[in-house]
Structure formats: structure tokens, C-alpha cells
Design a binder for this molecule. Structure first.
Ligand code: URA
Length: 218
């Protein structure tokens, strides 16, 4: 599928998603938060669910976790405009609680599955256990699985790594170790995506200013 067609399909999907009221999570957030990035990216990052800042701005991973992810991506020569980032769950769960598997399955089957079908990435990176449980199986544990390749149900190469919010909760040596683990996972994911699409440009000259691109929502 050509880039333009992918962009058009994603734009139609977003319009549909903006109207979604198919589960109770929609009642307590401003609006669903979709995806951001290049529709043609060979690498596709899946977070958990929007937090307060994401709900305010309508951009995934724009708050503290997203800012740490941006730094980690930059350290392996990737920028958010050249990769694709999204979440398993599109509506912010009240009080930022972790979405349960039923909520994740419901939302991801309606939206994430269709995003994946349009973008057709070569590599999917699950950020944390909610994404891992949906993209892999519910019995997988992030501490055991991270850094190991597996296949999604659709047969896409997938690697799980720690969620940036986990890194933010760590301190001292544990934080340093976890950050290095993420660095190596991102390097491995980038290398596999680059091998699948030689010549793809994973980074712009500077990371995009997401707050300039996504004005605060009413
Ligand atoms: N955590 C996520 O997983 N996704 C976001 O968009 C924000 C925080």
C-alpha cells in the first residue's frame, strides 16, 4: 500500500475513532487519543493507555513517559515523526489506573488491530506488560520476556521492553540497568526494522515539538 493511501485510511480511522463510545472508559476522558508518526514506518511502538497529559493534548506518549521515550529513541537515532506510536487503549482510564485485559482486548481489537493492518510494520515494540499481554499472551511476564523476539497473532516480529513509566519509578542502580536494557532493546528493534526496509530514514534532524503539533484540547 502506498504512503498516501495509508495516510488516508488512517485519517478515516481517526474520524471513526473520535466517535467511539463502545466502552465505559469513554465516559471519563476528554476524548480518545489516537496515534502519531509516519504511516509508512517499519517500526511500531505500542504503549498502554493515555495519561492526563495525553488526554489533554490528544497525542500518545507526550507526557513524562513520552518525553523519556523520545530521549531513548533519540539515543538510537529515531525520532517520533519517523516512527509510529500508539496505545493499546485509546481512552484514559479514570485515575490513570492500568486497563484490565478485557478493556485492552476490546479496544485493541476495534482500533489497534486496524492501525496495524494499515501501517503493516515490520517490527512491533510492546512498551510494558499491558501491550505485551495483548500482542503476545496474557501469561508472558515483562521481566522474563523483554528483549526476546516473538510473533504477534498476525505474524509480525515483536519485541517487548520496559515501559518508560517503569524506568521513571526506578532509582539508582536499578534505574541505570533498566535504561540500558531499553537502549539495547531499541537498538535491536531498529536493526531488525532497518534490515527489513533498507534505506528507511528513522530520524529527522531534530525531534518534533509535539506540544506545537497538538494544541491543548478543550
Ligand atoms: N503511557 C502510555 O502507555 N501511553 C501514553 O500515551 C501515556 C503514558
Amino acid at each position: 500500500m502506498e504512503l498516501q493511501e495509508k495516510e488516508e485510511r488512517l485519517a478515516r480511522l481517526r474520524e471513526e475513532m473520535d466517535q467511539c463510545a463502545s466502552c465505559p472508559l469513554r465516559e471519563h476522558c476528554k476524548a480518545p487519543v489516537g496515534w502519531y508518526g509516519c504511516a509508512d514506518s517499519p517500526i511500531f511502538f505500542v504503549g498502554e493507555a493515555p495519561g492526563g497529559v495525553e488526554d489533554d493534548y490528544g497525542c500518545p506518549l507526550i507526557g513524562p513517559s513520552g518525553q523519556l521515550l523520545d530521549k531513548a529513541l533519540w539515543s538510537v537515532q529515531m525520532t517520533r515523526d519517523r516512527v509510529f506510536t500508539t496505545n493499546i487503549v485509546k481512552c484514559r482510564p479514570r485515575g490513570n489506573r492500568t486497563p484490565d485485559l478485557r478493556e485492552a482486548e476490546h479496544c485493541a481489537k476495534v482500533w489497534l488491530a486496524r492501525e496495524l493492518a494499515i501501517v503493516q510494520p515490520k517490527v512491533v515494540v510492546a512498551l510494558g506488560s499491558v501491550a505485551l499481554h495483548f500482542l503476545g499472551t496474557p501469561d508472558m511476564r515483562i521481566t522474563r520476556q523483554r528483549g526476546q523476539w516473538f510473533h504477534t497473532r498476525e505474524g509480525c516480529d515483536c519485541l517487548a521492553t520496559f515501559h518508560p513509566s517503569y524506568l521513571l519509578r526506578q532509582s539508582g542502580h536499578a534505574q541505570v540497568q533498566a535504561k540500558w536494557a531499553v537502549f539495547h532493546d531499541l537498538q535491536a528493534a531498529r536493526a531488525r526494522a532497518a534490515a527489513a526496509v533498507p534505506g528507511y530514514r528513522f530520524a529527522s534532524d531534530a525531534p518534533p515539538d509535539l506540544f506545537a503539533l497538538f494544541p491543548k484540547r478543550p
